[in-house]
Design a protein around this ligand. Structure first.
Ligand code: 8ID
Ligand code: ZN
Length: 349
């Protein structure tokens, strides 16, 4: 029933294009499941991996993808809590040791021997992908696999980032890169969590999308003459947003956030532009008591919670579906920052 060969998108050289070709179907180990992937979201991280943007070695040749939703078709002998036919998801964190001090304290994304889907192990841009049973996302039977795919990275990551921001219901969060894949999800999660959002991105399509999703204001970074002033003015009392979620793939907004965040506010770094550095004036950071921190995907409990918001119908971020065979064209749009929301690939075509 499980074929020997399957279609996949393979990166053969760092910086090269993806190649749509047939490759062998892998066999799961004792603690793993084999998933027939139906849909996979395309994250900007997949593009960073393909281009070798980060100081972390990437597997080559590589099958990317880490927002894969599908059905379990085979499992190893140690897997007892997942049945064949169950809906599950491949996340960025494919596996971790489960025994280091980070894993023991539910900080498994920080595990020094974590394996990463579509980076250190093959991911979900193939019809059959492997995940460690302990880490695959459990998807409730009633959830649709197409629309849940982007929750598995984008949704989870921004939900965790919002929790890390410490912002409470009624407070304001600036979402930088609000019209992208993570950004559109962030507006939805923030709204569901009782937060107000100020959306920052470029162009009219992103303005339309972010305002429709419920952002209270939109600021176009390509048009504004004074971004810092505009963000502060957009906040209810003019003193700036309580938190900033930095999702952009560009360094400049990482330098600006400390100028407009509210005193006692928190800047959460999530986007990973290549070679970028943070910069903030020491004086302001001290006398305005600003917190600057990073946030990296989420643990298994965050995954359950992020999926539960979706299951309850609270998260409806826009996405477009194309065939897996068209993945390169999605990357071409992504490079130019022309994607409002997410692309999801249908792995069957
Ligand atoms: O765990 C993590 N920390 C994690 C998880 C998942 C993804 C981090 N990421 C990283 C990705 O690797 C990537 O670097 O988050 C970043 C955003 O991923 P994405 O949402 O999948 O990318 P996108 O859809 O291309 O959206 C990026 C948006 O940023 C806007 C673009 O217009 C686009 O809408 N943007 C840029 I580029 N410069 C901007 C600026 N100066 C900006 N928006 C506001 N101001
Ligand atoms: Zn991702």
């Amino acid at each position: 029933e499980i074929p020997k060969e399957q279609w996949a998108q393979v990166v053969e050289t760092v910086g090269g294009p993806v190649v749509y070709k047939k490759i062998p179907v892998p066999t799961p180990g004792p603690d793993e499941v084999l998933i027939n992937i139906k849909y996979s979201g395309v994250c900007h991280t997949d593009l960073h991996a393909k281009n070798g943007d980060w100081p972390l070695e990437v597997k080559m040749p590589l099958v990317g993808g880490h927002e894969g939703a599908g059905l379990v078709v085979s499992k190893g002998e140690l897997v007892t809590d997942i049945q064949l036919g169950d809906k599950v998801g491949i996340k960025w964190l494919n596996g971790s040791c489960m025994n280091c001090s980070f894993c023991r304290q539910t900080e498994e994304p920080l595990c020094p021997s974590a394996s990463l889907s579509g980076y250190t192990v093959d991911g979900s841009f193939q019809q059959y992908a492997i995940g460690k049973a302990a880490h695959v996302a459990r998807i409730p039977a009633e959830c649709d696999l197409e629309s849940i795919a982007p929750i598995l990275c984008a949704g989870l990551t921004v939900y965790k980032g919002l929790k890390e921001s410490g912002a409470r219901p009624g407070e304001e969060v600036a979402i930088v890169g609000a019209g992208g894949g993570l950004g559109t999800m962030a507006i939805q999660y923030a709204k569901a969590m009782g937060l107000r959002t100020i959306a920052i991105d470029g162009g009219e399509e992103k303005e339309k999308v972010t305002l429709e999703l419920g952002a209270s204001k939109y600021i176009d970074f390509t048009k504004t003459k004074n971004l810092v002033q505009d963000v502060q003015k957009a906040s209810a009392d003019g003193l700036g947003p309580k938190a900033v979620l930095l999702l952009a793939v560009s360094e400049k907004p990482f330098q600006q956030a400390s100028e407009y965040v509210r005193s006692r506010g928190t800047i959460v770094c999530v986007g990973l532009p290549a070679g970028a550095f943070l910069k903030a004036p020491v004086f302001d950071t001290v006398v305005r008591m600003i917190t600057i921190k990073g946030s990296y995907v989420g643990n298994r409990q965050d995954t359950v919670e992020a999926i539960e918001f979706f299951r309850r119908g609270l998260i409806k971020a826009p996405y477009k579906v194309v065939g897996l065979s068209e993945l390169q064209s999605v990357y071409d749009l992504m490079v130019e920052h022309k994607i409002a929301g997410r692309y999801v690939v249908d792995v069957s075509r």
